[in-house]
Design a protein around this ligand. Structure first.
Ligand code: MN
Length: 310
């Protein structure tokens, strides 16, 4: 009988486009920088461009292509009738990573500020309270046990009942509904999932505890990749001081990931030989815009292929 090798655990995230790819590159880079002893798995869908996959391969242990919808099982077929749930459904794939005993899922718009391996001490389903409605957990970070039965149960619930907020957070809170008033050991401290965009209603607590923050979650529509950063400084006046610091840290990690990537890719070596140096601030911005341009070109190309323009 073959032995099933079960690995202790992994950090996982999901990337469905080039922008979130930049976010995941930073997340993977931070996990590496803080010497996580766990494997890292980035799940990618078919829309993710080549340049992004290359960048992710240098910052994550495993780049795992997953289907957006799996038409091989009945529960999934029911979901096909509800295309608005596509991305939600895709995130559920994390329950299929059954070669791992435990997974810590992190959104691609999160940024650890230190080693967060202690999250593996928690059991399914552990998460932090949502700042908007603390009786719900926020699904930007959660601890789970991969299991196909749970996956099927989640898919069935999504197909039968939908999700009350249109996303994965509503669905997961309905499925793991005992979280709010059940085992307090499944409540992860808020410092593991802090939104720096929030204009805090409890500012004294922010002042008192913000130095203990372990993981930043850039919630909402404005993401770190929407800000321009030059010579290590965020351009733009309407950014609060604490958000500015985290954004600059995010861009510094992205530059680090891009420099390592540039060093490994012949086309970037060519870029260097044409006069660009990748050690200084300004030139790092050039490398970034070079890669961003390449990502955009490939996306446009792909869009044209899809719509038959090319
Ligand atoms: Mn998020």
């Amino acid at each position: 009988m073959p032995t099933t090798i079960t690995k202790p655990g992994c950090f996982a995230t999901l990337v469905t486009n080039a922008e979130y790819g930049l976010g995941a590159a930073v997340l993977g880079q931070c996990l590496q920088d803080y010497n996580s002893k766990y494997s890292t798995v980035v799940m990618v869908t078919k829309n993710v461009p080549e340049a992004t996959l290359t960048l992710l391969a240098s910052t994550w242990d495993v780049v795992l292509p997953i289907p957006e919808l799996n038409s091989n099982d009945t529960a999934s077929l029911a979901l096909l009738q509800r295309p608005e749930l596509g991305v939600t459904f895709t995130k559920l794939h994390v329950w299929k990573l059954t070669e791992y005993k435990k997974v810590v899922f992190l959104d691609a718009d999160t940024m650890p500020l230190c080693n967060i391996d202690d999250l593996f001490l928690y059991n399914e389903l552990s998460a932090c309270p949502d700042a908007g409605w603390p009786d719900c957990f926020n699904t930007g970070l959660f601890v789970l046990t991969p299991d196909v039965e749970t996956y099927d149960g989640l898919v069935k619930m999504a197909a039968d009942e939908g999700t009350f907020d249109g996303g994965d957070q509503g669905l997961l809170n309905s499925y793991f509904s005992s979280w709010a008033h059940g085992d307090i050991k499944k409540h992860i401290p808020f410092v593991y999932n802090v939104n720096p965009n929030a204009s805090y209603t409890y500012l004294p607590a922010y002042r008192r505890f913000s130095k203990d923050v372990k993981n930043i979650h850039f919630l909402g529509s404005s993401k770190p990749w929407h800000y321009e950063c030059q010579d290590g400084a965020i351009i733009g006046a309407n950014v609060s001081q604490h958000l500015r610091g985290f954004l600059e840290q995010w861009h510094a990690s992205l530059n680090k990931a891009l420099i390592e990537e540039a060093a490994a890719e012949p086309e970037f070596i060519q870029f260097r030989s044409t006069g660009g140096s990748i050690s200084g601030g300004e030139s790092v911005v050039s490398v970034l815009s070079h890669i961003a341009g390449q990502i955009k070109d490939k996306d446009t190309q792909r869009e044209k292929v899809k719509t038959g323009q090319l």
